[in-house]
Design a protein around this ligand. Structure first.
Ligand code: SAM
Ligand code: DTB
Ligand code: SF4
Length: 334
């Protein structure tokens, strides 16, 4: 047996077979893959800030920020740089190592991008890693972000290519893949994942993971969100997902992309501690920390701290994707 192999040629049937395994077998394999590359009791934490809220022209069926859905959200213009830096400093003081700034845009204008570049430089200056999610990017915008020293760009595939049209009609799957390609080529680390619990099938979850795992380079960070149901959005009232399906998807993401951080993302405020612990056992090693996601509440920081203590987990301080070799933890065969 060799160290967990890195592959980019997964077939849908192979991934479906992984998802279909008995739960205990799947978790054992995922935890083994996790230990081959990561220190098993460390969790990377990022804090989110919405830097431009609502009034988005896109129609993503899950999103509180689409101008096409009748939600109660109050739109807000792009925040001043000073306000963003104050929030970043507060996040750093609470232990976050990465600060993620999200904007409700289809794509940034060059003028808006200028201000975001200032934010990135300011947040980096505080000693934090930077991540932004601004929608679609052109090649030249991507280069400007890279030149400003951006560490990560978040752009999710959201779901499978087959299910995608039932969730979003205003931009294509191909558009998303193109932006990811620009980001990877510019040498910015990619954060890309999806949302579960939107009414997709297990096969759709396999197909989404296949898209991510067969990218020319695995995203360094793979957020797996559980749909946060927001009143007024088309997906409000969608049938809840079996929590074990959520854990299975995390486990398969870990097996397919063993060197990537797998982030237990939106939806934690609806999850029990036991379910979150199973997600960590399945290989999730990153999460959002802080009272808010973008527009909805996150799990409370105090209850996260208690959970970490009960599970013997610690915040990670060094980004393991900077390593070119497998992590120092165990390098065990799987
Ligand atoms: N407007 C940009 C875009 O869509 O690329 C960036 C911000 S957008 C809010 C970032 C991601 O958050 C989405 O791609 C989606 O995966 C996730 N997201 C948004 N609303 C969500 C919800 N209600 N539940 C779970 N995830 C959500
Ligand atoms: C990601 O995958 N999830 C985050 C982040 N990337 C930008 C956003 C979650 C948003 C949840 C709903 C909200 O708060 O608006
Ligand atoms: Fe706009 Fe992003 Fe929300 Fe889609 S997910 S409606 S692009 S903010």
């Amino acid at each position: 047996m060799s160290i967990q192999e890195i592959r980019h040629d997964w077939s849908l049937d192979e991934i479906a077979a992984l998802l279909d395994q008995p739960f205990n077998d799947l978790l054992f394999r995922a935890q083994s893959a996790h230990r081959a590359y990561f220190e098993p009791n460390r969790i990377q934490v990022s804090t989110l800030l919405s830097i431009k809220t609502g009034a988005c022209p896109e129609d993503c069926g899950y999103c509180s920020q689409s101008a096409q859905h009748a939600t109660e959200l109050e739109p807000e213009r792009l925040l001043p740089v000073s306000e963003v830096l104050a929030a970043a400093q507060a996040a750093r003081d609470k232990g976050a190592t990465r600060f993620c700034m999200g904007a409700a845009w289809r794509n940034p204008t060059d003028r808006n991008l200028e201000r975001v570049l200032e934010m990135i430089e300011g947040v980096s200056g505080l000693g934090l890693e930077t991540c932004v999610t601004l929608g679609m990017l052109t090649e030249s915008q991507t280069r400007r972000l890279a030149d400003a020293g951006l560490d990560y760009y978040n752009h999710n595939l959201d779901t499978s290519p087959e299910f995608y049209g039932q969730v979003i009609t205003t931009r294509t799957y191909r558009d998303r893949l193109r932006t990811l390609d620009h980001v990877q080529r510019a040498g910015i680390r990619v954060c890309s994942g999806g949302i579960l619990g939107m009414g997709e099938s297990r096969r759709d979850r396999a197909s989404m993971l296949r898209q991510l795992a067969n990218l020319p380079k695995h995203p360094e960070s793979v957020p797996i969100n559980l749909l946060v149901q927001v009143e007024g959005t088309p997906l409000f009232g969608a049938e809840g997902l079996d929590p074990f399906e959520f854990v299975r998807t995390i486990a398969v993401a870990r097996i397919l992309m063993p060197r990537s951080y797998v982030r237990l993302s939106a939806g934690r405020s609806e999850m029990s501690d036991e379910l979150q612990a199973l997600c960590f056992l399945a290989g999730a090693n990153s999460m959002f920390y802080g009272e808010r996601l973008l527009t909805t509440p996150n799990a409370e920081a105090a209850s996260d701290e208690r959970l970490f203590e009960r599970l013997g987990l610690a915040f990670e301080t060094v980004d393991a994707t900077e390593r070119t070799e497998p992590g120092p933890c165990s390098r065990q065969a799987v």
